[in-house]
Design a protein around this ligand. Structure first.
Ligand SMILES: [Zn+2]
Length: 109
């Protein structure tokens, strides 16, 4: 499959609140630092959906009371992890496409 016609908005959305999807992947990749990671390597999560969590953007491991829903990369700790279960082939070209898109849209957050 050619990745040149993929609109990066859609796969980038798979990096947000993607816990259920990430945990059923064989492999994941980070489009910030291009690390290839196994789902079991992901220890830190953010964006818990618990209404009692007053700092849902904080990185958390599963030892705490709140369970984050967005995977963060074990190497760079950015929330830029996408899994193969998203339906996209995680080729280098594809990751570069997402990286460039993400730099533009998420730079200030
Ligand atoms: Zn990374």
């Amino acid at each position: 499959m050619s990745t040149s016609h993929v609109n990066p908005v859609h796969p980038v959305a798979h990096s947000f609140q993607n816990r259920a999807e990430v945990e059923c992947n064989d492999s994941c990749a980070c489009f910030h630092c291009y690390a290839r990671v196994a789902p079991t390597d992901i220890r830190l999560w953010k964006d818990s959906d618990d209404l009692n969590d007053e700092d849902s953007g904080a990185l958390r491991d599963d030892a705490g009371p709140f369970r984050g829903m967005t995977a963060t990369c074990p190497r760079c700790e950015y929330d830029s992890v996408i899994g193969s279960a998203s339906g996209y082939e995680l080729s280098d070209d594809f990751l570069h496409l997402l990286h460039n898109h993400w730099q533009i849209t998420k730079h200030d957050t």
